[in-house]
Design a protein around this ligand. Structure first.
Ligand SMILES: [Zn+2]
Length: 471
C-alpha cells in the first residue's frame, strides 16, 4: 500500500549527442533500419536515434545500464520504455538479421527482458533481486522476467484481456491517459488522475478519421475533457485486495435497462466488489438502476435471508450509503449462464459506483465523518478532527462492541502530526483522530497546495486511504 519509486529509461531511444556513439561504433550501426536504404531521420525524433531491439550488443547494454541504475540508486525498480512496444522491421546489415522481422514482436523483447532480469538480480547492493522490472507493453512471452506493464491504450468497453489471461501481471495506468472509470474496470493501478475519463489517446486518430497504426482512438461520443473529478484514487485502496489480483467473474454483471453501463464483479477472500460505471461517464437519468449479476450462487450461499444490507459508495462524494440486495429473481435474461442471478437495485448517483458485497466474515469498513478530510493550513496553523466508525453489520457478532474488540488500526500520514498512531475503538465502535501539518510546515518547506497520504489499516479492517490537502 506504500509508494515505490521506479526510474524510467528508454530501451531504444538514444540522443545523437550521447557519448555512447563514437567513430568506430556510430549511431547508424546501432539503429533500426526500416529498409535497406538506412535508418530513419533522427531529426524527426528530437535528434535521437531509434535503436534495434533485435541487436545483441544493444540487448546486453540495456541489461547492463539497468542493473547499474539499480546498483547506484537503490531504486525499487526500472521501467524500460519501448520494451514490448517496438513494432518496426530492421534491415541494418550490421545486425545480420535472419529476417527483417526478427526485430519485431516478442522475440527480441523477450531476450532484453531475460538478460535485464538476470543482470538486476545479480546486483548485490541496493534493491537488487527485489527490484521491479516493468515494460511499456505486456506480453506473455517476456512476463516471466517482468512484473508490471504500463497500460496506455484504450481496451474498449470489455476488460483488458491481459488482466484476465495473466492476473498476476500488474498494469499501471499511464496518467493522465486513462481515467478512473477505465482504471477501475480493468483493475489497473491508478495513475495520478482522479478524473473519470480518459484524456489522451496515444498515437490515435481522431474520431471519424482513418485509424493510425491500429491504435484505438476515442469513440465518437466520448467526452474529451476528462469528465468530473472522482475520489477513486482514495477509495481504491479499500478494495485493493480485490482489484489488484484482477480476479473478475467469468460473466460481467449488466444493467438490462441501461446498456451504457459497464460492470465488473471482482472476487476477494472476504467479499465481492461490484463496480458499475457508465462507460462514457455520463450520469444516468433514472433514479435507480438494477444491476443483474449472473451465476451468483456464491453470493446467495452467504446470505442469511432474502435481503441483505450491502454498502455502496458514490465516488463523487465517497459517502457510504445502503442498498438492499434482492433475492434471486429467476434465470438471467440471456439464460446462458448456470446458477441463479443476483439482482442489485442500485442508486447509482453519478453513474460510477463501487458496491461492497460482503461475506459473513468480511472485515469492517471504516466510515469517516466527514467523509473527505477538510483541508489543513499548510503553515500548521490549525488542526482538524475526524470521527471514525466501524461498519460491519454482516459479521455474525453484530453488536458494535464485538466488532470493536476484533479490530486494531494503525494510522500513518508522513508529514502530518497525528493525535495517535493507533486507533482504539470504544463500545460504539467509534474513535476520533486529529491531524495537523507537522514539522515540515514549521520549517516552511510545504508548498501550497500540498497533499499528504493518510493510511489506516490493521487486522479486521478494510484499509482506508485519504489524500489530505494543505493550503
Ligand atoms: Zn536490427
Amino acid at each position: 500500500m506504500g509508494r515505490r519509486v521506479q526510474l524510467y529509461v528508454s530501451a531504444d531511444i538514444v540522443h545523437l549527442g550521447s557519448a555512447y556513439f563514437n567513430a568506430s561504433w556510430p549511431w547508424e550501426r546501432w539503429a533500426a533500419w526500416p529498409g535497406p536504404a538506412g535508418p530513419s531521420d533522427p531529426a524527426k525524433n528530437h535528434d535521437a536515434a531509434t535503436l534495434c531491439h533485435g541487436y545483441a550488443p544493444w540487448q546486453l547494454n540495456v541489461a547492463r545500464f539497468t542493473a547499474r541504475i539499480v546498483e547506484l540508486t537503490g531504486v525499487d525498480g526500472v521501467r524500460l520504455d519501448g520494451l514490448g512496444g517496438l513494432a518496426a522491421p530492421c534491415s541494418n546489415p550490421a545486425h545480420a538479421h535472419a529476417s527483417a522481422f526478427e526485430n519485431q514482436g516478442s522475440g527480441a523483447n523477450e531476450r532484453i527482458a531475460r538478460l535485464t532480469r538476470r543482470a538486476m538480480d545479480a546486483v548485490a547492493s541496493g534493491a537488487g533481486a527485489g527490484a521491479v522490472l516493468s515494460s511499456e507493453g505486456y506480453s506473455d512471452t517476456f512476463h516471466p522476467h517482468t512484473q508490471m506493464s504500463l497500460a496506455m491504450f484504450y481496451p474498449g468497453r470489455g476488460v483488458d484481456a491481459m488482466r484476465v489471461a495473466l492476473p498476476e501481471y500488474r498494469a499501471a495506468a499511464y496518467g493522465p491517459d486513462a481515467g478512473a472509470i477505465e482504471t477501475a474496470l480493468n483493475g489497473w493501478m491508478g495513475g495520478d488522475s482522479a478524473h473519470a475519463l480518459r484524456r489522451t489517446w496515444p498515437y490515435a486518430a481522431a474520431c471519424g478519421e482513418p485509424p493510425l497504426s491500429g491504435f484505438p482512438g476515442p469513440p465518437c461520443n466520448y467526452p474529451l475533457d476528462g469528465g468530473r473529478a472522482t475520489r477513486w484514487p482514495e477509495l481504491r485502496a479499500t478494495f485493493a485486495a480485490a482489484i489488484l489480483p484482477g480476479a473478475v467473474a467469468d460473466a460481467d454483471p449488466v444493467a438490462p435497462a441501461d446498456p451504457e453501463f459497464e460492470c465488473r464483479l471482482y472476487t476477494a477472500p472476504g467479499y465481492w466488489l461490484l463496480l458499475a460505471a457508465r462507460w462514457n461517464g455520463s450520469a444516468p437519468t433514472a433514479a435507480a438502476t438494477e444491476i443483474v449479476i449472473p451465476a451468483a450462487a456464491g453470493l446467495f450461499a452467504a446470505a442469511a435471508g432474502p435481503t441483505v444490507e450491502v454498502s455502496a459508495y458514490t465516488l463523487g462524494t465517497s459517502t457510504a450509503a445502503r442498498v438492499r440486495r434482492a433475492a434471486p429473481a429467476g434465470r438471467p435474461p440471456w439464460g446462458a449462464h448456470r446458477g441463479p442471478a443476483a439482482s442489485v437495485s442500485l442508486t447509482v448517483g453519478l453513474g460510477f459506483s463501487a458496491v461492497l458485497l460482503p461475506k459473513p466474515g468480511c472485515a469492517a469498513l471504516l466510515l469517516l465523518t466527514p467523509a473527505v478530510v477538510p483541508p489543513l493550513d499548510a503553515q500548521g496553523g490549525n488542526s482538524t478532527t475526524i470521527t471514525l466508525r466501524l461498519h460491519a453489520p454482516w459479521q455474525p457478532q453484530q453488536h458494535t462492541r464485538g466488532v470493536a474488540s476484533r479490530v486494531t488500526a494503525s494510522v500513518t500520514a508522513p508529514g502530518l502530526r497525528l493525535s495517535t498512531p493507533t486507533l482504539v475503538f470504544d463500545d460504539n465502535a467509534t474513535a476520533t483522530l486529529t491531524l495537523a501539518v507537522g514539522k515540515a510546515a514549521a520549517a516552511g518547506i510545504v508548498s501550497s497546495p500540498a497533499y499528504f497520504m493518510l493510511t489506516i489499516e490493521g487486522a479486521g479492517l478494510l484499509p482506508t486511504r485519504r489524500w489530505v490537502q494543505a493550503v
